[in-house]
Design a protein around this ligand. Structure first.
Ligand code: NAD
Length: 320
């Protein structure tokens, strides 16, 4: 039988739609953030049965051991590096996430970075407020060598949910797409054109082929033990390649990236994720050939709504 008024702490927030759906099912949902060092006391004193987090709150063994009434840990989003998942499961807790909810939003951010990079939008936006009314014509000349995405080749490394969603947008823009993923040999990508869906069949290439043939490279692998891209990989790329990382900080070796931007091998990098978040290195933040966003791939209203709804429906199914 369902216990009414079970309490849930959404410590990093939850979209209103998810909160409403949980409340309609009889849960009380608290969205005020409790500081990490006060979390154990809050969970025990308030008798929370579920703790929902995004990436800010961490859920480690000590918390799991100290909160025996906790039944569920939920991550709004994909990566669960901030949760001791295996340990929680061993202790009988449900551990859930919402892997599919944000794929389209991350893919759109990748496209935004690419469109921006080929027309120098990030640099133009830095320079125009300073020099727009004194050196307009110089700036116009500086940014006169933009290129189009249409007809160019996007190489995607890691062809899961987000890699495929990115491919769908890129194909829809008239780009060629090649990809490397040892676990996805053949893939059908659905491209939405107006109100029609066009199915495009693609076959995996080797990583070296992708590095060699792509004009743009976008990374969509999980966090790996060693960087997917370092000096060796950069040396195999086309001169003037543009690279995007909206996967996880450390998937590109940042020192190697800076060296290859400085040498001109890489024309531009677009980063949404960083080593040492939330304090990325100054050399990355200040580099004139890097466009930057502060890990906002999933941060759209639509994705947050889908995350909230997906969490609510899983909680109702698991806890009643
Ligand atoms: P996914 O599990 O659906 O896809 C990952 C793919 O990478 C899989 O197909 C897997 O086979 C492949 N892969 C694994 N190791 C590989 C390797 N060595 N070489 C090539 N391919 C490899 O995951 P997803 O939902 O597409 O997420 C991809 C990445 O995006 C993750 O790192 C995730 O944390 C990140 N992400 C970022 C944001 C953001 O805000 N920027 C939001 C959501 C997810």
């Amino acid at each position: 039988m369902k216990l009414l008024n079970m309490k849930i702490l959404a410590n990093d927030g939850i979209a209103p739609i998810g909160k409403q759906q949980l409340e309609a099912a009889g849960y009380t949902v608290i969205t005020e953030t409790v500081a990490q060092n006060e979390l154990i006391n809050a969970i025990n004193n308030e008798n929370y049965v579920a703790l929902l987090v995004r990436s800010a709150t961490t859920v480690r063994k000590d918390l799991i051991d100290a909160c025996p009434n906790l039944k569920l840990i939920g991550r709004g989003g994909v990566g669960m590096d901030n949760i001791d998942v295996a340990y929680a499961k061993e202790k009988g807790l449900h551990v859930i996430n919402t892997p599919a909810s944000s794929s389209l939003s991350v893919a759109e951010l990748v496209m935004a970075h690419l469109f921006g990079a080929v027309r120098f939008l990030d640099d133009a936006n830095r320079q125009m407020p300073q020099k727009g009314n004194t050196e307009f014509n110089l700036l116009k000349k500086k940014y006169a060598k933009g290129i189009e995405l249409r007809g160019k080749t996007l190489g995607i490394i890691g062809f899961g949910r987000i890699g495929q969603a990115t491919a769908s947008y890129a194909l829809g823009c008239g780009m060629n797409v090649i990809y490397a993923d040892p676990f996805a040999e053949k893939t059908t990508v659905n491209v939405k054109v107006g109100n029609q869906n066009v199915a495009i069949n693609l076959t995996s290439s080797s990583k070296d082929e992708v590095l060699k043939n792509a004009d743009f490279i976008s990374l969509h692998v999980p966090k790996l033990e060693k960087p997917a891209i370092g000096n060796d990989e950069f040396s195999k790329m086309k001169n003037g390649v543009i690279i995007v990382n909206a996967a996880r900080g450390g998937v590109i070796n940042e020192e190697a990236l800076i060296a290859n931007l400085n040498s001109g091998k890489v024309a531009h990098a677009c980063l949404d994720v960083f080593v040492n978040e939330p304090t990325p290195g100054e050399d990355i933040l200040k580099h004139s050939k890097i466009s930057l966003t502060p890990h906002i791939g999933a941060a759209t209203l639509e994705a947050q709504d889908r995350i909230g709804e997906e969490l609510a429906s899983q909680i109702k199914e698991l806890l009643g």
